[in-house]
Design a protein around this ligand. Structure first.
Ligand code: DAH
Length: 360
C-alpha cells in the first residue's frame, strides 16, 4: 500500500474512532492543520517536477477531499449524538407534583409566635418594647432590684456566673427579665409603660425547666398607677392571650425583693384527661408573679418614690406557650427537631393580630 493510502486509512480510522467533537478536532488538526500530515504533503508539491506534480497533486488533493468529507460527516453524527444526550438529560417530567415552596413548609417556633402574640396584645394597650443584654452585671440583675448582698433570695435563682474580674465584680447570665426594668427606669423619665420579652438562664433542667427559657416583664411607672390597674392589665392580657371571653384570676400574697406588696397569680382552669381548659372549671394554675415596684428599686434607679409609683410583673413565656398550645414537655422546644416544629409550629405569614384572631 502506498504512503498516501496508508495515511488515508489511518486518518479515516481515527475519524471513525473520535468519540466527541474535541477528539475529532484533534484528528483534523493532525491531518489538515498547519502542521498536519496532509498539509505537509501539499507543501512538497512546489519542489516537484511538473509531471510529478500532476499525478501526486491530484492524489494528495483527493486524499484531502476524502478526509474533509469524512470529518464533516463524523462531525454531523457527533453533533446529533450530543444533542440527543442533552435532550435526554434535560427531560422534564411535567406530570411530577409541584414541590412546595419554602414559605409553605417553613414554620415559626411556638416561642416566636407567642412573643408576637404578647407584643400585639400589649402594644394594643399602649406598651412599648424594651430589651436588655443576656449577659448582665450582678448589680443590675440583683442589687438594684433590692436583693441585698448575701440575701437568701439570690440563692433561689440558680445563677450561671462568669469568672470574677480583678476588681471583684462578676458578670452573669440574667436569671430573669427584671434587670430590663432597671435599665429602662435608669434611662427614661416616667411615665413608663414597657414590656421586656427575652431569654433568661438558670441552672435547672427537667420536663418543665430548661437552662435557657423565656420571660416577659411588664413595667408601669407614673404618679398614680395602682394595684387596680395591675389587675385590669393582667386580666385583659389573659383573656386576649387565651382567647376566652372571661377568665377568673386569683391573686395570692407572695414575696419578691423588688415588689411590695408582691403577689402570685393563678388563673381558673379545668383539667380533663391530660388537657387544660381556661375560663372554666374550679382548679387553679399559677402563671405569673407581680406587685407594686418597691420604693428601694425606684430609688436605686434614680426615680423619686415620693413622686412616682408603679407596678411590674413577670411571666414565663415557655409556660404560657405550653398551656395555650397543649405542649406537655418543654425540652423539645430547644431540640430543633423538624418533625416537632412542623407539628407545633406556625405558618410564617399568619402574623397574630387582635382583629384577625391571635392564633387563627
Ligand atoms: N423576676 C421574677 C422571676 O423571675 C418574676 C417577677 C415577679 C417579675 C414579680 C416581676 C414581678 O416584675 O413584679 O421569678
Amino acid at each position: 500500500m502506498s504512503d498516501l493510502q496508508n495515511l488515508q486509512s489511518e486518518t479515516l480510522a481515527a475519524i471513525a474512532a473520535a468519540s466527541d467533537e474535541a477528539a475529532l478536532e484533534a484528528v483534523r488538526l493532525s491531518a489538515l492543520g498547519k502542521k498536519g500530515a496532509i498539509s505537509a504533503l501539499l507543501a512538497t508539491l512546489g519542489k516537484m517536477s511538473p509531471d510529478e506534480r500532476k499525478t501526486q497533486g491530484a492524489a494528495i488533493n483527493a486524499l484531502k477531499d476524502t478526509v474533509s468529507t469524512a470529518l464533516a460527516e463524523r462531525r454531523g453524527v457527533l453533533k446529533d449524538a450530543a444533542l440527543d444526550a442533552r435532550l435526554a438529560s434535560e427531560t422534564v417530567d411535567v406530570t411530577l407534583p409541584v414541590r412546595p415552596a419554602p414559605i409553605e413548609t417553613g414554620r415559626l417556633h411556638p416561642i416566636s409566635q407567642v412573643m408576637d402574640e404578647l407584643t400585639a396584645i400589649f402594644a394594643d394597650m399602649g406598651f412599648s418594647i424594651a430589651e436588655g443584654p443576656d449577659i448582665e452585671s450582678d448589680d443590675i440583675n440583683f442589687t438594684k432590684l433590692n436583693f441585698p448582698e448575701g440575701h437568701p433570695a439570690r440563692e433561689m435563682h440558680d445563677t450561671f456566673f462568669f469568672q470574677p474580674k480583678e476588681d471583684g465584680t462578676r458578670k452573669l447570665l440574667r436569671t430573669h427579665t427584671s434587670p430590663v426594668q432597671v435599665r429602662t427606669m435608669m434611662s427614661t423619665t416616667p411615665p413608663i409603660r414597657v414590656i421586656c420579652p427575652g431569654r433568661t438562664y438558670r441552672c435547672d433542667s427537667d420536663q418543665t425547666h430548661t437552662p435557657m427559657f423565656h420571660q416577659v416583664e411588664g413595667l408601669v411607672i407614673d404618679k398614680s398607677a395602682n394595684l387596680g390597674h395591675l389587675k385590669w392589665v393582667l386580666e385583659e392580657f389573659c383573656k386576649a392571650f387565651f382567647e376566652v371571653p372571661d377568665v377568673k384570676m386569683r391573686f395570692r400574697p407572695s414575696f419578691f425583693p423588688f415588689t411590695e406588696p408582691s403577689m402570685e397569680v393563678d388563673i381558673q382552669c379545668r383539667r380533663q384527661g391530660g388537657e387544660i381548659r381556661f375560663g372554666e372549671g374550679d382548679d387553679w394554675l399559677e402563671i405569673l408573679g407581680c406587685g407594686m415596684v418597691h420604693p428601694n428599686v425606684l430609688r436605686n434607679c434614680g426615680i423619686d418614690p415620693d413622686e412616682y409609683q408603679g407596678f411590674a410583673w413577670g411571666i414565663g413565656i415557655d409556660r404560657i406557650a405550653m398551656l395555650k398550645y397543649g405542649m406537655p414537655d418543654l425540652r423539645p422546644f430547644f431540640e430543633a427537631d423538624l418533625r416537632w416544629l412542623s407539628h407545633y409550629g406556625f405558618r410564617p405569614l399568619d402574623l397574630p393580630t387582635l382583629a384577625g384572631g391571635l392564633s387563627a
